[in-house]
Design a protein around this ligand. Structure first.
Ligand code: PEP
Ligand code: MG
Length: 537
């Protein structure tokens, strides 16, 4: 028995045989070619064929994972047509008289390394994509057909770094879990695993494992165990059975109202990152959306998303939620969420830096585009908008002034819009201390405990060395939540929690006692929290 510790991309337990997914890289050898023109044509034909495959993959993925996640196959098509990438390959074939396979493999490695060394998380994650497109072309050059994986037995997939296109091609029913040796929790593979509701570990230092070896993935503790001994296997079989039993029990809570024993209603909402997550919200019977992190629309684009693009995303979410409250947070770019096209300066202390509303108030054209899209979408459902990273009352006053200007502009253009409930995120200690004043300006508060913990305890939430100090149960944080709820109620508005702490089942009872009106959690946590609410006084 061997045990490896990885990073958790998605929780849960899986037991089953390992299926390794290798790369086509091993097949590549350097050979000298005499006819360079013919070799350039081989590359160009293989590239065209790869683009055709990717178009087909996009069509296949669309109904399975939605536009937002299928879009990666369009990105791959663009990457394959990228002038720098193609010219580097063609130049190598021509100047070194090497075979196309070798030129693609070498260029792919060089580009992947370049992406991997970048500071930006998003760009680093592109390293897997460039490897993926290169391996696709190499496979075509080698005359190997893509496997369809149609009738595979369920297995734990082990790979160095599973590419998004490999992930999507796997038949969901045949995948018990994913384990990758490399990769980040921000990669598309991790995102797809969460979407598929499959336990997944990344950055797991597992050695070579023979196909068919029995293994266990413990997505709660981040463990990948191969060849488990009898006792370990028995322990995990029990845990798996309990997990399945728990899921069945929780499913019986669908359709139930989230009310405490004393009859107090708690609004139980879900957090999403894009349109395609709405399916999971509905599946888990959330009563609304408490946090739509709109910056993901910006993160997955190569340029500022247009008003039309944003309008269409917001409208679809509102329509799918059919009159249930949808709270969209205006974009929270900055700190760990960096985007090249924003051209932001490097900062010594990005978490304390230029982010969220601070960017919006300076670069108002970006903010106004988002607000126009939000107002236009507001007629399609019950829309609420909240502003992140508020620290001062004047910021809210200014936001309201800009919102009024946007409304006047829409009036002048005779563009219809509806009512928008306005709220602020309470995620700085300053906002907690002036909650009574902020409550005069808005209709609700949503407490962002992830940042509130970071700023209250002076702990960089990105620094994993500080994990043991990052204590969201710290009395300072809990006292602040209580202060915010009291200030809200005093002013006659409501207060919820949308940070990760809202999904902490150990605290549900405490939050109910504090008078929290709303909890917004990951879709998969809605039913466990409903259970906690039903059991609270
Ligand atoms: C928070 O800070 O708690 C929050 C919900 O926002 P994010 O995690 O996106 O910063
Ligand atoms: Mg935050």
């Amino acid at each position: 028995m061997e045990q490896f510790k990885g990073k958790i991309a998605f929780g849960g337990i899986a037991i089953g045989p390992v299926r390794t997914i290798g790369s086509s890289h091993q097949m590549v050898r350097r050979t000298r070619v005499e006819d360079v023109t013919q070799e350039l044509k081989r590359f160009s034909d293989a590239k065209e064929c790869a683009i055709e495959e990717l178009k087909a993959l996009y069509e296949k993925a669309l109904p399975q994972v939605g536009e937002e996640h299928a879009a990666i196959f369009e990105v791959h098509q663009m990457m394959l047509d990228d002038a720098d990438y193609c010219e580097a390959i063609e130049h190598m074939i021509a100047s070194q008289q090497v075979n196309a396979e070798f030129a693609v493999a070498t260029t792919g490695d060089n580009f992947a390394e370049m992406f991997a060394s970048m500071d930006d998380d998003y760009m680093r994650a592109r390293s897997a994509d460039v490897k993926d497109i290169s391996e696709r072309v190499i496979r075509i050059l080698c005359g190997v057909h893509e496997s369809t994986d149609g009738d595979q037995h369920p297995a734990i997939i082990l790979a160095d770094d599973l590419a998004p296109s490999e992930t999507i091609q796997l038949d969901r029913k045949s995948v018990l879990a994913f384990v990758t040796r490399e990769g980040s929790v921000n990669s598309h593979t991790a995102i797809l695993a969460r979407m598929m509701n499959i336990p997944a570990l990344v950055a797991t230092p597992a050695g070579e494992v023979t196909d068919g070896t029995l293994a266990i993935v413990d997505g709660k503790q981040g463990l990948f165990i191969t060849d488990p001994d009898g006792e370990t296997r028995e322990k995990y079989e029990k845990l798996l059975a309990a997990e399945q039993e728990q899921r069945k029990l929780l499913a019986t809570l669908k359709g139930r109202e989230s009310v405490t024993k004393s009859g107090r209603k708690i609004h139980l909402y879900a957090n999403i990152g894009g349109v395609s997550d709405v399916a999971a919200v509905l599946e888990n019977d959330a009563e609304g959306i408490g946090l739509f992190r709109s910056e993901f629309l910006y993160l997955q684009n190569n340029d500022y998303p247009t008003e039309e693009e944003q309008f269409s995303a917001y409208r679809r979410v509102l329509e799918m939620m059919a009159g249930k409250r949808v709270i969209i947070r205006t974009m929270d770019i900055g700190a760990d969420k960096k985007i090249d096209y924003f051209n932001l300066d490097e900062e010594e202390n990005p978490a304390l830096g230029y982010r969220a509303i601070r960017i919006c108030l300076d670069r108002q054209e970006i903010f106004r585009t988002q607000l126009r899209a939000l107002y236009r979408a507001s007629i399609y459902g019950r829309l609420a908008v909240m502003i992140p990273m508020i620290a001062s009352r004047w910021e809210v006053v200014e936001v309201k002034r800009i919102m009024a200007e946007v409304r006047s502009e829409l009036d002048a253009q005779e563009i219809p819009y509806g009512e928008i409930e306005l709220g602020v995120m309470i995620e700085t200690p300053a906002a907690v201390m002036i909650a009574d004043e902020l409550a005069q300006e808005v209709q609700f508060f949503s407490i962002g405990t992830n940042d509130l913990t970071q700023y209250t305890l002076a702990i960089d939430r990105q620094n994993n060395k500080l994990d043991r100090y990052y204590d969201a149960h710290h009395p300072a944080v809990l006292k602040m939540i209580k202060m915010v709820v009291d200030a809200a109620h005093e002013a006659g508005i409501w207060a919820g929690i949308c940070g990760e702490l809202g999904a902490d089942t150990e605290l549900t009872r405490t939050f109910v006692e504090m008078g929290v009106d709303e909890l917004s959690v990951a879709p998969g946590m809605v039913l466990p929290i409903r259970k906690g609410i039903l059991e609270a006084e």
